[in-house]
Write a protein that binds this ligand. Structure first.
Ligand SMILES: Cc1cc2nc3c(=O)[nH]c(=O)nc-3n(C[C@H](O)[C@H](O)[C@H](O)COP(=O)(O)OP(=O)(O)OC[C@H]3O[C@@H](n4cnc5c(N)ncnc54)[C@H](O)[C@@H]3O)c2cc1C
Length: 483
């Protein structure tokens, strides 16, 4: 029997259910990746994300080649490409791991239906999450809407199921290789319509494993404090690996739990807090899966201030936010980190999101789109879920509106202004007393530090206290409704 393994967001050999099943069922296994042309042309994702994916594919191709197997690739519209290769290669079965984005579900349905018409069997597997939406439900069998309740049930499920992981398939050897012509080299970013970029997070399964080992041996045990400090390496920086499946969530949870047995400087609260972040990831996956309307609008219709109307003022504020020129150093540092590196620290993501929605009163969907186009870990479920959480549209259990104070956040989490200085070079020489609010510098300090407010660095584009009050007043009015 001949099987095609359609690789998608699972670019690894370890703990890979579709690949394992194909190796067990088939005498010949053909690994395949399809560059989705319509998706690439839509530029929903940015260059950082695409370059990272290409790096992961290079690594996957090398790992397969070292076992005598060739990664085949195609470029085009996935449904027709899949049907074409299944026919041309005389495949009996196509294997893939499931994805939960509404558009992808629809596409996969079409592939399955058309393959069925030509007599090709499809086998799909759970992979991207530890538990799919149907596996963690409320007591009455409903999809879960609150993280805290979801978390309790997720852990109960983990205890009862005790999920295991799969090794690299023992049967994945040259004997499984199908006699097909070798494909051309994988395309480079420019050929796909994207700029080449220097990646500061190394792609590929081997790098993911290395990073996980490093994290589990040290930083995980001080995660509760470390994760909030944007100037230090306190979180795992594994999100692009989870995004492209160079690391499985099951392997990560097991590694975290195993780190508790390592002896030195072990901290249970820190380790469990980190695993809870993986549970957040699954929570948002199940929100997307069970409530697909979130991609087009709010999770829940809650009364909220209407976003600022389109026009030059909105455009001016939005551009300042995108470019990191708001006059709020922590916001500017975050946006510039995003623009330069395709990455932003989680605490700062929350600060800039709250600032866009609540201080500037710009629709959260604009921020969501901008993040998708710039993040190396751009992921529909996590991005949408977090933007909706920041926008108070229903997935946050807090009553009322959560409004971050950028100044207090900055003083608390970037105490010495190291993160700010790293990404906002105009502020490098600004004294510590003014690093979080440089517009308060005296004229002498501005001269001395080479940072003239309004010339070298902008004054704040809004008054936070006033903007906050306005948002709350508008919120109150929205709850009461039109008089
Ligand atoms: C406005 C906004 C947009 C975001 N967009 C994305 C996105 O597009 N893709 C993405 O992967 N994450 C997104 N996040 C979540 C979070 O910022 C990143 O997952 C995290 O910064 C990645 O860093 P890390 O790998 O060091 O995480 P760690 O702190 O080491 O956490 C481990 C893993 O848990 C998951 N995780 C952590 N926090 C969250 C969270 N809040 N929601 C969902 N999963 C989480 C990630 O997979 C992460 O790699 C967003 C957060 C905000 C506030």
């Amino acid at each position: 029997m001949r099987g095609i393994v359609w690789f998608r967001r699972d670019l690894r050999l370890n703990d890979q259910p579709a690949l394992t099943a194909a190796c067990e069922d088939c005498s010949e296994v053909i690994p395949l990746f399809v560059f989705d042309d319509p998706l690439l042309q839509s530029h929903v994702f940015g260059s950082a994300c695409v370059n990272f994916m290409l790096g992961c594919l290079e690594d996957l191709a090398a790992s397969l080649a070292s076992r005598g197997i060739t990664l085949q690739w195609r470029r085009g519209e996935p449904v027709s490409e899949l049907v074409q290769v299944a026919q041309a290669w005389k495949a009996d079965v196509v294997y893939w791991n499931r994805d939960y984005e509404p558009g992808t579900i629809e596409r996969d349905r079409a592939v399955q239906q058309q393959l069925g018409q030509i007599g090709v069997v499809v086998r799909t597997f759970k992979d991207h999450v530890v538990f799919e939406a149907e596996e963690v439900r409320s007591a009455t069998g409903e999809p879960m809407q609150r993280y805290s309740a979801y978390r309790t049930r997720w852990w109960a499920k983990w205890q009862s199921v005790q999920p295991t992981t799969l090794p690299v398939p023992r049967l994945l050897t040259a004997e499984k290789a199908a006699p097909l012509p070798a494909p051309p080299p994988l395309p480079v970013a420019r050929e796909l319509g994207y700029e080449p970029v220097m990646l500061w997070i190394e792609p590929g399964e081997r790098q993911a494993q290395k990073r996980l080992r490093w994290f589990a041996e040290g930083p995980i045990h001080s995660y509760v404090t470390g994760r909030n400090l944007p100037a230090v390496d306190g979180s795992s920086i594994l999100s692009p690996h989870f995004r492209f499946g160079t690391l499985s969530a099951r392997v990560a949870v097991h590694a975290a739990l195993a780190s508790l047995a390592q002896g030195r400087r072990v901290s249970r609260p820190d380790v469990f807090t980190w695993i809870d972040e993986l549970v957040w990831r699954e929570f948002f996956q199940q929100v997307l899966s069970a409530f697909p309307h979130v991609v087009d609008g709010p999770f829940r219709q809650v009364p909220a201030p209407a976003p600022r109307a389109p026009g030059t003022e909105r455009e001016r504020l939005y551009q300042a936010w995108c470019e990191g020129k708001t006059g709020f150093p922590i916001v500017d540092a975050g946006m510039r980190q995003l623009n330069q590196a395709g990455w932003m620290h989680n605490r700062v993501r929350m600060i800039v999101a709250s600032f866009l929605i609540k201080d500037l009163r710009i629709d959260w969907q604009s921020g969501e789109r901008y993040f998708m186009q710039h993040l190396i870990d751009a992921d529909v479920a996590a991005n949408n879920g977090n933007w909706q959480w920041c926008a108070s549209t229903g997935t946050d259990a807090m009553r009322g509106y959560r409004i971050f104070n950028p100044l207090l956040q900055s003083k608390k989490f970037d105490i010495k202004g190291e993160y700010i200085r790293r990404y906002v070079p105009e502020l490098v020489k600004v004294p510590l007393t003014a690093i979080h609010e440089p517009h308060t510098m005296t004229v002498e300090d501005q001269e001395w530090s080479g940072c003239r407010i309004g010339l070298d660095y902008p004054s704040p584009i809004v008054d936070h206290q006033r903007a906050r009050q306005e948002y709350l007043d508008l919120g109150k009015a929205a709850k009461v409704g039109p008089s």
